[in-house]
Design a binder for this molecule. Structure first.
Ligand code: TEU
Ligand code: CA
Length: 559
């Protein structure tokens, strides 16, 4: 396999609005991020993914872009951005941007021009269609609820298409003129020196432009956007064209946000000459999200979760590199989701981090994960900002939940769980801002915060630093990057998450005990060295087996 510059990197996602506010307006900004670069470097981060910082009306928190060439004034200026990029590079790190090109904002000048003249040249940048018998052109539901078709104001029987909010009209990828504009924009950022992109919602660009109806799956008579995507085809050549005209020329790193991919396409997506360098593995997250909505969320089940992780690793190993996450700006906090109640403590959080970061693939941390930030309990739906959460709350009510039940499922599933401000200290607002934060700060900031963890050598933060350092230790880095992945102790009473990473040089066992009781294990080979342990000691029993306490995680170099 040809070695790539990004193979052994550790990434961290920054959600700019909630990272650090430098000027007291309650909104995180680029200067705030600049002030934390040394912190990120010390955490072992090589690659920073910035969620969108482009100009935007923020209907969907920046995933609705009104100017791809400008920085949102809320976040700063292009000079601030250039300084951020310089400072990132000065520390030997890389910056990747969020690329949101399935749709833009309804305030983008292209869409404004299209609305003014749907039959004109900008009309074909989007999807305008006539309605059918006084109804929308098809029965597609948008991801954020309601029809994917919005009537064009002032026009009878004319609609435009939006897979997400109505303020996020879909771009017509079958129009070469639009593609030219997108490619120019991407190359402009690459010329500036960004190292690549995280590519948003990209599977949605393929469309059956006849927009046929599909069987309804709810009382609204509509069908889920996932079904629409799965019935479309032809994405391969589109992504190849995109790659050849942009990323490939710059040896950029790209990570796709890909849902609903046809399984046999994995090689085309992330194989050696794949469309992308990598793509996120969402298999663990799909386990808890309900089939028709959050009101149907499913509880965490250890065995199913472990199998899903193993399955994804097995499939990707001969093909390429997945990007591994426990949480992101769309998913609830991993510590709140993947740990049973008795493991909701520092040991549990370290254990989850250990088995996640040492998987094969690119580890993507998310801001606050390294201090064990948790879901934030909101007391009423009014405390939420997220457009998706408001829709899911209403949906839950429509499907018969009480207000209390609807709120409870948002408390577990809301995208705002991971969007609450970063907890820097126990000062007011967790040290995130001197002003009024744009979104509630999780009240647990008094105990869970960076400053307190800096002072405590046993903290989650210090542990994460040891964990990333281990992954990059020159003695083991190749094993963690390129080594094989082998599940271990799969039949050990169903509570052990363990695997071996192995190459010609090392055999390394990574094991965590998710169970409430201690477990004795016989590693396949003598223990040469204890590389990492989230507890003070590692005991062995009379028969020479290692004994893992509940929530204990260890990394062992085997003979
Ligand atoms: O998310 C794509 C996506 O498919 C989402 O609907 C995702 O399934 C959902 O958020 C989970 O609850 C991307 C971005 O990550 C997200 O923040 C944006 O809202 C969305 O695209 C539109 O740009
Ligand atoms: Ca600010």
């Amino acid at each position: 396999m040809e070695k790539k510059w990004w193979h052994g990197k550790i990434a961290c996602q920054i959600y700019p609005k909630s990272y650090c506010d430098s000027n007291g307006d309650g909104i995180g900004d680029l200067r705030g991020i600049i002030s934390k670069l040394d912190y990120l470097k010390a955490l072992g981060v090589d690659l920073i993914w910035l969620s969108p910082v482009y100009r935007s009306p923020f209907v969907d928190q920046g995933y609705d872009i009104s100017d791809y060439y400008e920085i949102a004034p809320e976040f700063g200026t292009m000079e601030d951005f250039d300084e951020l990029l310089r400072e990132v590079k000065a520390r030997g790190m890389h910056l990747i941007m969020d690329l949101v090109i399935n749709h833009c904002s309804s305030e983008h000048r292209w869409f404004q021009a299209a609305l003014a003249d749907p039959e004109g040249p900008y009309g074909s940048y989007f999807y305008f269609r006539e309605g059918k018998d006084g109804h929308a052109p098809s029965n597609h539901r948008s991801y954020f609820g309601g029809s994917a078709w919005e009537p064009v104001p002032g026009r009878e029987n004319l609609y435009y298409y939006h897979m997400f909010a109505k303020e996020q009209p879909d771009l017509n990828w079958y129009n070469p003129k639009l593609l030219g504009e997108l490619y120019d924009m991407i190359n402009w950022w690459l010329e500036k020196g960004v190292s690549g992109f995280r590519i948003d919602a990209i599977i949605n660009i393929q469309k059956n432009t006849a927009f046929p109806d599909y069987p309804a799956d709810g009382p609204d008579g509509l069908c889920a956007p996932g079904v629409v995507v799965e019935n479309a085809s032809g994405i391969g050549p589109m992504l190849e064209d995109l790659k050849r005209n942009t990323f490939q020329k710059y040896d950029a790193f790209t990570v796709g946000e890909v849902f609903n991919m046809k399984e046999e396409e994995l090689r085309e997506f992330i194989g050696e000459d794949g469309h992308f360098s990598s793509m996120f593995d969402f298999s663990q997250h799909l386990l808890t999200s309900g089939e028709h909505g959050w009101y149907e969320e499913r509880p965490f089940c250890f065995g199913t979760w472990r199998d899903a992780v193993f399955e994804a690793q097995r499939k990707a190993e001969p093909i390429g590199f997945l990007s591994n996450i426990i949480e992101n700006h769309d998913e609830p906090r991993g510590a709140s989701t993947f740990l049973p109640d008795y493991a909701q403590n520092d040991a549990g959080v370290k254990m989850l981090g250990t088995v996640s970061v040492l998987l094969r693939g690119i580890p993507f941390l998310y801001q606050g994960q390294e201090i064990g930030m948790r879901n934030c309990r909101m007391e009423s739906v009014g405390e939420y900002d997220d457009i998706n959460t408001k829709d899911q709350y209403e949906l839950a009510l429509r499907m018969g939940c009480t207000e209390q039940e609807a709120l409870a499922c948002c408390n577990r599933m809301s995208r705002d769980n991971a969007r609450t401000p970063m907890q820097w200290s126990d000062a007011e607002n967790g040290g995130f801002t001197d002003g009024t934060p744009w979104l509630k700060v999780n009240p647990d900031y008094r105990t869970i915060n960076v400053a307190a963890q800096e002072r405590d050598p046993d903290s989650v933060l210090h542990y994460y630093r040891r964990l990333t350092a281990l992954r990059k230790d020159p003695r083991y880095a190749d094993t963690f990057t390129y080594g094989r992945f082998e599940p271990a102790f799969e039949d050990a009473d169903g509570q052990i998450m363990a695997y071996v990473r192995r190459d010609g040089r090392n055999r390394i066992l990574v094991a965590g005990n998710w169970g409430p009781d201690r477990a004795a294990l016989s590693p396949d080979g003598a223990v040469k060295e204890l590389l990492l342990n989230n507890q003070a000691e590692l005991r062995t029993d009379g028969e020479g087996r290692i004994v893992l306490e509940s929530c204990q995680a260890v990394v062992l170099l085997l003979a």
